[in-house]
Design a binder for this molecule. Structure first.
Ligand code: NAI
Length: 255
């Protein structure tokens, strides 16, 4: 059976994906703050190193798939540590184990928010791999416009995927690396937003979903499943919007 590491496995999209993969016969190594096979804080370098070590032990150094779902949306500098470095550092740490597998695959969860206005300095610091600089700039952004932090973390993540997916380390090692960018998904994360009717109205304007409205987490999980499945031999570096038409509604038909 394939060994697939899934971050954020205790809730929402990660939990739905873990259930689907287990149902299909895979061995899932769930990673989360709690209620997981590997309990670690991906927001810290120590937690990431612990997670890498624990996953390597569980998969015997050969990892068939990695899906990074863990993320937070509460406006704070920690956003960049969890949503960007918690994904990229973990992926880099596990990449040799992926390269050792027969048909390795990796995917991360971005967001439609990655298309919204970002702070260029936060994005640049993330892409430079400079967590201290990203955190320092995020502190400044907190005072100026904290709503830019989440989009910045997700835009940086998508750009990291598109930059690195074609390198010898990823494409050269036979590892497809893609992003699924959801619109609004019914999970504990969005439930917090929708508890506030005014916030819900803001969200509905910011993320229009003419095709079937809000998605369930299993819908996002299905797209991730295909990306890390055996059929995906040639798609890499793509940002798949699974968003009820939000990206097209916001950006228009030009490609
Ligand atoms: P969720 O809150 O239900 O699940 C996220 C999981 O990540 C939780 O189990 C949480 O404990 C874990 N996590 C958070 N910080 C962590 C850390 N430092 N270390 C380890 N684990 C940590 O959220 P949901 O909705 O399932 O989100 C999954 C991904 O989808 C996130 O990256 C989120 O940004 C993204 N997303 C969600 C949307 C939505 O409407 N729910 C829309 C677009 C993107």
């Amino acid at each position: 059976s394939r060994h697939i590491a899934v971050t954020g496995s205790a809730s929402g999209i990660g939990q739905a994906l873990a259930e689907q993969l287990i149902g299909a016969g895979d061995t899932v190594i769930g990673i989360d703050l709690k209620d997981a096979d590997v309990c670690a804080d991906l927001g810290t370098p120590t937690g990431r190193a612990q997670a890498v070590e624990a996953v390597l032990e569980r998969c015997g150094g050969v990892l068939d798939g990695l899906v990074a779902c863990a993320g937070i949306n509460t406006p704070s500098p920690a956003l960049v540590s969890v949503n960007f470095f918690g994904v990229t550092a973990l992926a880099e740490g596990l990449r040799p184990a992926l390269a050792a597998a027969a048909a390795p695959r990796a995917a991360v969860v971005g967001s439609i928010s990655g298309t919204q206005p970002v702070d260029d300095e936060v994005v640049a610091a993330c892409l430079a791999g400079d967590e201290a600089a990203a955190l320092a700039r995020a502190e400044v952004v907190m005072g100026e416009g904290p709503q830019k932090l989440y989009p910045s973390s997700k835009a940086a993540l998508a750009q990291w995927v598109r930059r690195d997916c074609v390198t010898p380390q990823w494409a050269g090692a036979g590892i497809p690396l893609n992003v699924v960018a959801p619109g609004v998904v019914r999970t504990p994360m969005s439930a917090a937003l929708f508890a506030d009717e005014r916030m819900k109205q803001v969200m509905d304007r910011a993320v229009p979903m003419p095709l079937n409205g809000y998605a369930g987490p299993e819908v996002i999980a299905e797209a991730l499943s295909w990306l890390i499945g055996p059929s995906n031999t040639h798609m890499t570096g793509q940002v798949l919007y699974v968003d009820g038409g939000a990206e097209v509604s916001l950006r228009g038909p030009a490609v």
